[in-house]
Design a protein around this ligand. Structure first.
Ligand code: CMP
Length: 140
């Protein structure tokens, strides 16, 4: 099934100059970029984005981190796009991520893990609509 997914190059990835590397890897995998922009979230916007994690011990910290600097957000599309992008990213905790994945190669801790990707069709729908309106989906 052709799926859309939301990708974020997180503040650590942008500040370390890894945006181009992430884009190169996802395009190399054959995922198509339908929309892309650089944003800087407020703390409240980061809380809204991660609302499924509200109440978890890392919620305050991850929302501080995600509002600490610019992110690059993208809509990706491809056959089994959600799974394929997650495979490119690797596990949330970089030490558990497979060799050759973005997180294994570049993450520095469980929070500063360079990239985010939607984990299901439902989540992808919420996350895409959180950042993009229909007019911004130039490649769709
Ligand atoms: P992400 O895939 O964007 O989803 C939630 C984020 O919270 C996760 O990546 C990490 O950046 C961050 N995080 C920090 N601690 C944890 C944890 N213990 N478990 C899951 N995510 C965590």
């Amino acid at each position: 099934m052709i799926e859309r997914t939301l990708s974020i190059v997180k503040p650590d990835g942008v500040s370390r100059g890894l945006t181009g590397t992430v884009i190169g890897r996802l395009e190399g995998e054959g995922l198509k970029i339908l929309a892309m922009k650089m944003i800087r979230m407020t703390k409240a916007q980061a809380k809204g984005f991660y609302k499924v994690h509200e109440g978890k011990p890392f919620f305050e910290s991850v929302t501080d981190f995600m509002s600490s600097g610019p992110c690059v957000v993208m809509i990706l599309e491809g056959e089994e796009g959600i799974r394929r992008y997650r495979n490119l990213m690797g596990a949330t905790y970089y030490k558990e991520a497979e060799a050759g994945t973005i997180r294994r190669d570049f993450a520095t801790d469980i929070e500063k893990n360079v990239v985010h990707g939607s984990d299901s069709v439902e989540t992808a729908g919420y996350e895409i609509n959180y950042f993009f309106n229909a007019l911004e989906v130039a490649g769709g």
